[in-house]
Design a protein around this ligand. Structure first.
Ligand code: KG4
Ligand code: ZN
Length: 339
C-alpha cells in the first residue's frame, strides 16, 4: 500500500510517500518538509494568516517534490492521507482541499488523520514498538501524557493547563532576543550556562495528577531577565540553562506521576513532538526509564517535529486496524481531541 500524505496544520508544509513495508527503514519513500520558520521568525511566532498564505504558495511544489523523490506518479498512489485537525484552520483547509482534489481527480480513497494521533504512532513507524506505551507529546501546541493501548485506543492522563512546552521555549527565546523557533536556540544558548543560577518554584507542587503548567515558569523567567538591565551573553546563557533545567525536571517529574497513573503498567516510554528533540529532556527521560527498568523509544528529530510521513503512517495503521476510509466530505477540525 502506497500512501501520499499531506500535513499543513501549523507552520510546516509537508508531503510524503510512505508504504506498509514490514521493515521500518523501508517505510518512508519520500518525506518533504518546507519549514516556514524564516517567515515567522520576524514575528517571534506563527502568524496564522501568513502561515496559510505560505501553505497555498508552496503546497503544489512540496507534493510534486514528494512524488518525484519517491519516483512515483499520482497513478501509483493507493490512498491519500491528510491532517484534518487539530491546528490552524487556514493551513488545515489548504491541506484538506489539496488532498480532496487529488483524491477526487484520481479516484483514490482518502483518510482524514488527527495530527496528534500521527505524533502518537510515530514510534511505530520508526521502530517495532509494541503496545501499550506511555507517551509524552511535547510540541509547540501540545503537552500531554497519553497511555497508548492500541490503534484508536488512547487515554490522555494529563495535559497542560496553559502554554505548551514548545510555546514556553519560543516565548522565552523571544524575551532573550533569540530567533524562532526558540527551542533549538535556547538549547544552544544554555550549553555554556549555569542551570542552577536562577531559582524557580516547581509548578503544581500540591496538585494530584500529571497535568502541567508553564505560564508560571515563563513569568518567573521574565522577572529574572527584568532584574538585569545590562544583561550580558553569559547572563542569557544562565537564564536559558536555568529555564531548560526547570522545564525538563518538571516534565520528567510529571512523567513519573503519569506512569503511576497508567492502568496497563507500560514498560515502554515514547517521546514525540518538536520538544522531544531537546537533548536534556532526552537524557532525563532516559535516566528515569533506566531507573524504572523501562524501554525508551525516541524517534529521530526529523520525525519528532511536524512531518507528513507520520500522517501517512497513521493512515496505514488505521486501515490495518479496520477503521476504513473517510467520507469525501469530511470536515476540517481546528479542535479535535484524541478521545
Ligand atoms: O512538533 P512541532 O514541530 O510542531 C508543533 O506541532 O507544534 O514542535 C515545534 C516546537 C517549537 O515550539 C520549538 O521551539 C520546539 O518544538 N523545539 C524544541 C527543540 N526543537 C524544537 N524545544 C526544545 N528544545 C529543542 N531542541
Ligand atoms: Zn505537531
Amino acid at each position: 500500500m502506497k500512501v501520499l500524505a499531506i500535513e499543513t496544520s501549523c507552520d510546516e508544509t509537508a508531503a510524503a510517500v510512505v508504504c506498509d513495508a514490514a521493515k521500518p527503514d523501508k517505510r518512508i519513500i519520500s518525506n518533504i518538509v518546507n519549514s516556514q520558520a524564516k517567515l515567522h521568525s520576524r514575528y517571534g511566532g506563527v502568524v496564522p494568516e501568513n502561515a496559510a498564505r505560505m501553505h497555498v504558495e508552496t503546497i503544489g511544489d512540496v507534493v510534486n517534490e514528494a512524488l518525484k523523490v519517491a519516483k512515483v506518479t499520482l497513478d501509483d498512489i493507493d490512498v491519500v492521507a491528510v491532517t484534518a485537525g487539530p491546528g490552524l484552520i487556514g493551513g488545515l483547509l489548504v491541506g484538506t482541499v489539496t488532498a480532496k482534489t487529488i483524491a477526487l481527480a484520481k479516484c483514490k480513497p482518502i483518510v482524514a488523520v488527527n495530527h496528534l494521533e500521527g505524533h502518537l504512532l510515530t514510534a511505530r513507524l520508526c521502530y517495532t514498538t509494541d503496545f501499550p506505551y506511555l507517551l509524552l507529546l511535547a510540541s509547540g501546541g501540545h503537552f500531554m501524557f497519553v497511555e497508548v493501548f492500541a490503534v484508536g485506543h488512547y487515554k490522555v492522563l494529563g495535559e497542560t493547563l496553559d502554554d505548551a512546552a514548545g510555546e514556553a521555549f519560543d516565548k522565552v527565546a523571544r524575551m532573550l532576543g533569540l530567533s524562532y523557533p526558540g527551542g533549538p536556540e535556547i538549547e544552544r544558548c544554555a550549553k555554556d550556562g549555569d542551570p542552577m543560577r536562577f531559582h524557580y518554584t516547581m509548578p503544581l507542587l500540591r496538585s494530584p495528577g500529571c497535568d502541567a503548567s508553564f505560564s508560571g515558569i515563563k513569568t518567573a523567567t521574565k522577572i529574572h531577565i527584568a532584574s538585569m538591565p545590562n544583561i550580558t551573553d553569559l547572563d542569557k546563557s544562565d537564564v536559558a540553562a536555568s529555564f531548560q533545567n526547570i522545564v525538563t525536571s518538571f516534565a520528567v517529574r510529571q512523567l513519573s506521576k503519569a506512569w503511576d497513573m497508567a492502568e496497563s503498567l507500560p514498560t515502554r516510554i515514547v517521546l514525540a513532538g518538536g520538544v522531544a528533540a531537546n537533548t536534556v529532556l532526552r537524557e532525563r527521560v532516559t535516566h528515569f526509564a533506566t531507573h524504572m527498568n523501562l524501554e525508551t523509544y525516541f524517534p529521530p528529530v526529523s520525525l519528532c517535529s511536524d512531518n507528513a510521513a507520520m500522517i501517512g503512517w497513521c493512515a496505514i495503521e488505521r486501515l490495518n486496524a479496520g477503521f476504513g476510509y473517510s467520507k469525501s466530505d469530511f470536515k476540517t477540525l481546528p479542535r479535535w481531541s484524541l478521545s
